[in-house]
Ligand binder design. Structure first.
Ligand code: DX5
Ligand code: ZN
Length: 215
């Protein structure tokens, strides 16, 4: 299991140190949540902050855009050192072109699906992506309860991917803890994002990441 802790639950006044600490704690990737106040109500960080964080760790940066019209600023994330750049299928009229542009800019393209969106929406573009992000919550906030239908959606996504793109990674983002992580792992997820679970674990981030690795 690839573990990608989300910085959304980190101390934003000292993000560089948080990034370094997650790498030292055994994170495989680091998940950055970019929110613009339009696609989702909150505003978090953008490419300038990601670029500053790049100096603090060598592991892949897994950047999740929750912004309208992501195709306008893709190049900024490549400059910032993003490894994977995931965009919501609901956020652009041109998901096919956007995924191609991400690849051309030198990043690994990811496509994200909200809990209310049918899986069919991403089927035509799955072969263009390296990563499918199945949201376990509605995007916008950390620490929300996991939506129970998610493992079923992951199972269906895995079946679709096995047909169209067998090496596709399936990432689950939102509401992941040991119990829900086990369910989506059984259903075929290959990457787990965990914010609240990682940062609120009584024994620290290292213990949280090790437990998720074991799933
Ligand atoms: C939600 C974000 C998630 C979030 C996950 O909009 O995309 O990455 O941080 O948070 P937890 O793991 O706390 O549910
Ligand atoms: Zn996210």
């Amino acid at each position: 299991m690839i573990v990608s802790p989300s910085l959304l639950s980190a101390d934003f006044s000292r993000l560089g140190e948080e990034v370094a600490a997650l790498e030292a704690a055994g994170a495989d990737w680091i998940h950055f949540d970019v929110m613009d106040g339009h696609f989702v109500p909150p505003i978090t960080i953008g490419p300038m902050v990601i670029k500053q964080c790049r100096r603090y760790a060598r592991i892949p940066f897994d950047v999740h855009l929750m912004i309208e019209a992501p195709e306008r600023t893709l190049g900024d994330y490549a400059d910032a050192g993003a490894t994977t750049l995931s965009v919501h299928v609901e956020s652009t009229r041109h998901i096919h072109r956007t995924l191609e542009l991400i690849r051309t800019a030198g990043m690994r393209p990811g496509v994200c699906l909200n809990p209310g969106s049918p899986l069919d929406l991403v089927a035509p573009v799955l072969p263009l992506a390296d990563l499918l992000v199945v949201m376990g919550v509605n995007p916008g906030w950390g620490g929300q309860p996991f939506i129970d239908s998610t493992p079923e959606r992951v199972r269906a996504a895995r079946q679709l991917a096995d047909r169209l793109h067998p090496t596709l990674d399936i990432e689950v983002d939102g509401g992941v803890n040991l119990e829900t992580g086990r369910k989506v792992s059984t259903a075929g997820a290959t990457v787990l994002v965990a914010g609240h679970f990682t940062f609120s674990h009584p024994n620290g981030a290292k213990a949280a990441i090790a437990q998720l690795h074991g799933l």
